[in-house]
Design a protein around this ligand. Structure first.
Ligand SMILES: NC(=O)c1ccc[n+]([C@@H]2O[C@H](COP(=O)([O-])OP(=O)(O)OC[C@H]3O[C@@H](n4cnc5c(N)ncnc54)[C@H](O)[C@@H]3O)[C@@H](O)[C@H]2O)c1
Length: 315
């Protein structure tokens, strides 16, 4: 009993000395969107047509539909015109290829978004057929290759969202330890490029000592890397992957993950990230929530990319 009395204050100090700043991604995104709306208005005032974004959805994935609906709604707010092409799961690859080719050659289409995931009978590399100049997600080899070589190009939206959050926090990560959980070609890998690099052109790299973990990383290794990391960026879709005991005091934790779970208390659907928010907010210095963290910024960056492309196409 006596031991508990002495341990309690230390527990308090360890867990409450850092007042965690929860980063409000929505309000950062709103500021970007307001500025973008003004810029789009100025563009159209000069008699240019409104920028356009065409989204292709294949199948009935409810998350994809919600994401695209959200992108469309936000695009309308900033003055970007949208078109959504909904195809059934059964669409043939040939028809999808034809659709992309038509969009590539349509003058009024500025940018093309192919919402992932795609059904298994469609080659996932089909997005390579999107014209690089209209590839708003920056996923084609042409754009991704330029990104990796620090050349001006279209940068994936999650990379821009993470960059924006780190710029807001304004900590110099040069020589500091970064951990990226997830190595997908569209999310984890490009974010790792951002963190480790000394890029200076289309994005600014963070010069961090960067470790990438993935599904084959043993949990004890993940824990060790995490405990040593000054910044953790996680994009796995594994709820509660990052627990409070794994996090270094005062570190920066950015949660890109999005998962739908059934809340054990309310038994209702709930959106969560990869981070156990309640535990980690007692230890981290900065933390992004899910929802309301990286997600709204990713949408804002998608629309910023759309406008950049439109301006290039209609200078
Ligand atoms: N917030 C946003 O705007 C945004 C944008 C895109 C994707 N996402 C979300 O980010 C997450 C990742 O997306 P994705 O497209 O890269 O998914 P993905 O399934 O392609 O990749 C998941 C990655 O996580 C890794 N992984 C799986 N289990 C792991 C574990 N136990 N430990 C460490 N790594 C593990 C895998 O190796 C893989 O590299 C998803 O939840 C997705 O919904 C969010």
């Amino acid at each position: 009993m006596a031991q508990n009395i002495f341990l309690k204050p230390f527990y308090f100090i360890r867990h409450y000395r850092f007042k965690t700043t929860v980063i409000d991604g929505k309000s950062i995104a709103n500021k970007i969107l307001k500025d973008l709306k003004v810029a789009v208005q100025e563009h159209t005032d000069k008699k240019h047509r409104a920028p356009t974004l065409t989204a292709i959805i294949v199948g009935d994935d409810p998350s994809s539909k919600i994401y695209v609906k959200n992108k469309v709604k936000t695009a309308h707010f900033v003055g970007i015109k949208t078109e959504v092409l909904n195809f059934p799961d059964s669409i043939s690859e040939t028809k999808l290829i034809k659709t992309i080719q038509v969009l590539n050659s349509t003058k009024e289409v500025d940018s093309v978004l192919l919402q992932l995931p795609l059904p298994s009978h469609i080659n996932p590399n089909i997005y390579e057929l999107i014209s690089p100049e209209k590839d708003v997600d920056g996923f084609t080899s042409a754009n991704f290759g330029k990104f990796c070589l620090d050349k001006e190009t279209i940068i994936p939206c999650t990379v821009l969202a993470v960059q924006k959050i780190l710029q807001e926090i304004n900590i110099d990560f040069t020589g500091k330890n970064a951990l990226i959980c997830g190595r997908s070609k569209h999310v984890g890998l490009p974010i790792a490029m951002l963190l480790h690099s000394n890029f200076k052109n289309a994005v600014k790299g963070f010069n961090a000592n960067t470790i990438i973990c993935h599904r084959f990383t043993p949990v004890d290794q993940l824990t060790k890397f995490c405990q040593n990391a000054d910044v953790v960026i996680t994009a796995t879709g594994v709820p509660s992957l990052i627990r409070g005991y794994m996090v270094k005091k005062g570190s920066v934790i950015i949660d890109v993950g999005i998962s739908r779970i059934i809340d054990p208390q309310s038994l209702k659907n709930k959106i969560v990230g990869d981070v156990n928010f309640e535990e980690v907010k007692e230890v981290a210095g900065f933390l992004t929530p899910v929802p309301g963290g990286v997600g709204p910024l990713t949408v804002a960056m998608l629309l910023q990319n759309t406008f950049t492309i439109a301006r290039k196409r209609n200078p």
